[in-house]
Design a protein around this ligand. Sequence first.
Ligand code: AMP
Length: 396
Amino acid sequence: MNYNKKTISDVELAGKKVLVRCDFNVPMNSDGTIESDRRIVETLDTIRYLKEQGAAVILCSHLGRPKGKVDPKYSLAPVAERLSELLGVKVIFASDVTGADAAAKARALLPGQIMLLENLRFDPREEKNDPGFAKELASMADVYVSDAFGTVHRAHASTEGVAHFLPAVCGFLIEKELRNMVAVIDKPDRPFVLILGGAKISDKLPVIRNLIDKVDVILTGGGMGYTMIHALGGKTGASLCEKEMLDEAHDIFFECLERGIKIMLPIDVCAADHFGPDAEYIVTYADRIPDDREGLDIGPKTRLMYAREIASAGTVVWNGPMGVAEFEAFSGGTRAVAQAAADSSAKTIVGGGDSAAMVQSLGFADRMTHISTGGGASLEFFAGKELPGIECLLDK
Ligand code: AMP
């Protein structure tokens, strides 16, 4: 796949109407206020640049899962308000997506003005990548800008379909994502350490497959680690295990060894008496977990062993927590990996989702080379899958 795509710096924008797909899928509090505006803040450079260039800026995004129906709980109105505060200018809000209000407001929009459409997923045609809906979106603008990295692995009307009707380029956020991630896989500083955790091994094995010619060390943790240990004949008790993946997990482990890759499994675990934040646990060997216990975090020896590998790495790519990090008692392994990555002088790429949340909550964000804004998208990137929302953009 060609990742060398045209950006907003490569096209004429003055006097143009520009439709920008953003990721304003922000976490909301139950009272309808925004819990974290990080995703909004991350788009500001692109929006400000478009405004300075004299474009009329039409922003669009999804929020939550309204399943194709209008649901006020998922309205983007609070995002328009927050954007207005952050930009210091009024952001005009359309009460529909491509209906009469949006069309009229888009038509009247002047250069330098900014508007936001209502939640794209209020229309069932968005997720179906309906060409009619894509055309309606496109009819409001002259240029399409993709800046929602979190959705580029999905072919939806606003992420892929619309690019068939307008010249399509990426914004600064996607440009940064691609630059950082392409750099590590094209020319990794060695040793290249890949850290994989999280729940499902089925999500992560494609990443090992795709990077098998490139990585030097693989550190495994989280639920996927137990599937691997089980596949090698270990006793993993009631730990998470994807039975249908056992053969593949077994084979890839030995293929890594054959190729000289240092693939490491947890040696000790926090084996809990049940799955819950209040669970009691013992620390034991990772391949001798009692039948009635489940591994919810990597143990202290594994943390040290992994931290040593990270300390001497040239490149670190990390996706997925080392345990059930949302439970304080089982967040220690993920914290230890975050700390080691923050302390290391390696290029560190954190691939979105829970690992990114942990890095942020520990205040280590500035000490990483790059934290991806798209958990699923970065995983698919590292798995070498085609990203329809990138593929559809104009090549440089
Ligand atoms: P993923 O989206 O695949 O990166 O997985 C993240 C999820 O994996 C988190 O919600 C964790 O709670 C879960 N997880 C990590 N380690 C374990 C484990 N040992 N057992 C069960 N779930 C886990």
